[in-house]
Design a protein around this ligand. Sequence first.
Ligand SMILES: [Zn+2]
Length: 42
Amino acid sequence: MEHKCLNCGITSDEVILLACRYKDESLFVCVKCLPILIHGSH
Ligand SMILES: [Zn+2]
């Protein structure tokens, strides 16, 4: 199964994705978007 960043939609073929849990769902976020999620979208 192909995973995509929840924020920008990039796939794990192109960038490192990190697995997250949110409301009992598995989500993936790339290393570029992780700081955005932590600090809030601008
Ligand atoms: Zn991303």
